[in-house]
Design a protein around this ligand. Sequence first.
Ligand code: GLA
Length: 386
Amino acid sequence: MIKQVKEKFEELFHKEPLIILSPGRVNLIGEHTDYNDGFVLPAAIDKKVILALSANGTHQCNVYARAFDALISFPVENKKPAQGWINYIMGVVFYLREKGYAVKGFDAVLDSDLPVGAGLSSSAAVEGAVGYGLTKLFNLETTKEELAKIGQIAEHNFAGVKCGIMDQFANLFGKKDQLIRLDCRDLSYAYFPFHFPEYNIVLCNSMVHHSLASSEYNVRRQQCEEGVAIIKKEFPEVKNLRDVNEEMLKKFSHSMNEKIYRRCHYVVNENNRLLNACELLEKNDLQGFGQLMYQTHEGLSKDYEVSCEELDFLVSLAKEREEVAGSRMMGGGFGGCTINIVKAHYVNDFSGFIKEKYEEKYHKIPEIYVTSIEDGVKVDESGSER
Ligand code: GLA
């Protein structure tokens, strides 16, 4: 794929590009906690965006996306969002320049083997590729933390999704075979080795992509803020759901709107679950860890209501198999993938089993990806021989 991207770039722009490899992410546990100042446990994966780019000495940015066979140009001074995928690029260019970085015109070709809308953060992978790529191209003195924040704000204001920082952070800070335990309150983080050679991380793509995903995502965020506003009246020190414990929350079990209560209940529990999960990882207790993943799914489905019938079905299938340590829906929800920790020797059978049962019920075949944990965004140094 790298080779093809490079060739396309040379065909369109007649020069040698810089090549950036920018991964998608998984998240083991800690879902919908990032924008509540909580903890997450993501990692960068082998599926990625590839960006070829080069400065062009003009004020124009020309970007060709192989997936859409479309070339879009915009002036580097552009301030307004447009339609569709180009927003992720425009947004990053805009915020880099707003922070005073001297981004100039460039040519680019974009390709990806990350399925779009599958909850693997293809948008953050594009943002990271552009931020990191322009940093290298124009020798900007950005930091990875700053690039993650730029990606996030581009997503808020150019793509309209009020996301947390997990996806951008994982894309930039990913490290081979390591999970990142990130505290979204102050962005402090620690790497946790994920070294279980007997197991694989397997993603099952429900192939469901609800148009509701981004609007409902923003609604969840508002509901959490509503909950915090109520809790604050009694506990003024509370800034975010991160500051709330179960005991405090219980006091509102009758006075708070039932739906808002359930949203808060899920987030408060999920933060605790993540901390317990990390302790289990340190003890190499993957079975215990997996049980917490099932609990997370239950919470996301019943309390937070961001799952869907197809995802619930995929998790229930996984739960039947003792070779699966844990399974749950992953990412924003309303479709996309489940993440499963599966005994390596059982992966082929698991894949066949899931495909058969899912097709029988929904008349579509789920895609299954066996992933590995890889480095975050970087310059390709392979010489593009692949
Ligand atoms: C999406 C967002 C993230 C995070 C997850 C849910 O992936 O981009 O910031 O909120 O959903 O955990």
